[in-house]
Design a protein around this ligand. Structure first.
Ligand SMILES: Cc1cc2nc3c(=O)[nH]c(=O)nc-3n(C[C@H](O)[C@H](O)[C@H](O)COP(=O)(O)OP(=O)(O)OC[C@H]3O[C@@H](n4cnc5c(N)ncnc54)[C@H](O)[C@@H]3O)c2cc1C
Length: 404
């Protein structure tokens, strides 16, 4: 699918998308299907091939919301996912901590939808996107290391390390939290470590989960989430303080299952590791770039925002970026090009509120539930209980989280 360029190659396309994750591939499909020529610049190692032969369950899963569902459906990617490996989320149950632990529950029936979200494996998503890209007209995948990006009046120029170049009207930076594109544009960032790592792995559960996603704000031990997988299986995302994450990663998954019993036993019964070798941990940080756009450049996905995964929304925000960028560009006046400053400014304005809200909500909750002070513990649990009794506010929160 991809090829390394020869030294004198001079690629030219309407859009150059830099990145190799789900957001970059979705953006490439979106622009191509809108009739624009696309160069997708991936690292020299090439697109990470999804391991087709591996039938085990991927430890990296995403709760995708309705925004993601709508965008991926319109690009004919949702239908190409392996549906037998997707679990709809019918209920979400959020539990507080301490003696007077509050709780908060949402369900699809109350929200008048078929599912609140869908749990999709990273590999399933990657395979569907790769398959769609193979047949996409107008997409050239180039695997190389970029060395410089310069924005001119007519176009942006990316130079590659062997002297080849990519010329485009617009560059989309979809190259993740450490974005090279963002750095080339001198866009500064606010960065903070949460001093937590997310430990992810999968378990079978003794009792059926009935499509429920469970989350426990435990206070000192961080945030435990168990998301439904097809069958009697669940996927763990434990945002644990660094020291606890170290301990967990040095223990067996059997020991981890024992730790989880404190939270999960009543609802899910005994948990058993699905594949003892599949456990990963990811450092958790907040990254807030000071701008979403620069001359001839738009940032999307984690290049534009990295948030705490407690709400399961980083990828969903990225899909919303892509949808808004495509819509803003489609609605531009005839005389304006793809990289037009005003068009890009409209994209930045369109995304501002959604991103800020998610940053404030996830960061605020992460800090609120990390505080180990009794009055704060009481207040946060009262808050959960109160919210649970306010149907209007609850519905508004849920509607926003679902991306509807
Ligand atoms: C534990 C955990 C659980 C999560 N759960 C959820 C969830 O349930 N729901 C949800 O919506 N979100 C979730 N997220 C967030 C989600 O994982 C991210 O927001 C999402 O993966 C970001 O996708 P991306 O494509 O923007 O970036 P990435 O996935 O980081 O991809 C960036 C890509 O760019 C490539 N790249 C980097 N540099 C260059 C370069 N110079 N040139 C070319 N390519 C380059 C990289 O190789 C990589 O492929 C979770 C995050 C964590 C940590």
């Amino acid at each position: 699918m991809s090829r390394p360029p020869s030294p004198k190659s001079a690629f030219q396309s309407a859009v150059c998308i830099v990145g190799n994750g789900a957001i970059a591939k979705t953006a490439a499909l979106g622009f191509a299907q809108a009739g624009h020529s696309v160069t997708l610049l991936v690292p020299p190692s090439g697109p990470a091939p999804a391991q087709a032969a591996d039938t085990g369950w991927d430890a990296r899963v995403y709760a995708l919301n309705h925004t993601a569902h709508t965008l991926l459906s319109s690009l004919k990617v949702w239908g190409a996912l392996d549906g037998a490996r997707i679990a709809p989320v019918d209920t979400m149950v959020v539990n507080g901590d301490g003696a007077q632990a509050g709780d908060l529950a949402f369900d699809a029936f109350g929200a008048h939808v078929g599912a609140l979200a869908w749990i999709v494996e990273d590999r399933n998503l990657g395979q569907a996107l790769d398959a769609a890209l193979k047949f996409a007209p107008n997409v050239e995948v180039v695997s190389a290391r970029a060395t410089s990006l310069a924005a001119g009046i007519e176009h942006a120029l990316i130079e590659l390390d062997n002297g080849a170049t990519i010329r485009s009207e617009l560059v989309v930076g979809a190259d993740g939290g450490q974005s090279w594109v963002r750095g080339q544009c001198d866009i500064g960032i606010d960065y903070r470590s949460y001093h937590q790592r997310a430990v992810v792995t999968n378990f079978s559960c003794e009792k059926p989960h009935h499509g429920a996603a469970f989350q426990w704000f435990t206070g000192a031990d961080g945030i435990v989430a168990l998301l439904p997988l097809p069958g009697d299986q669940v996927s763990l995302v434990w945002s644990a303080p660094d020291a606890l994450a170290d301990t967990i990663m040095n223990e067996s998954l059997g020991e981890l299952a024992v730790r989880l019993a404190t939270y999960a036993d009543e609802k899910l019964g005994t948990l058993r590791p699905l594949q003892p070798e599949v456990v990963k941990d990811v450092p958790l940080v907040l990254i807030r770039p000071h701008a979403l756009v620069a001359p001839r450049v738009a940032l999307v996905g984690d290049a534009a925002h990295v948030v705490h995964p407690l709400a399961g929304h980083g990828m969903n925000l990225g899909f919303a970026d892509v949808a808004d960028l495509l819509a803003t560009i489609a609605a531009r006046e005839e005389q304006r090009g793809l990289g037009d400053e005003r068009v890009l400014a409209r994209y930045a304005r369109a995304r501002k509120e959604d991103i800020l809200l998610m940053q404030l909500a996830t960061d605020g909750l992460a800090r609120l539930f990390a505080a180990n002070i009794e009055p704060i513990r009481i207040a946060r649990n009262l808050g959960l209980n109160l919210l649970n009794k306010l149907p209007m506010l609850k519905r508004r929160l849920m509607t926003h989280a679902m991306g509807k």
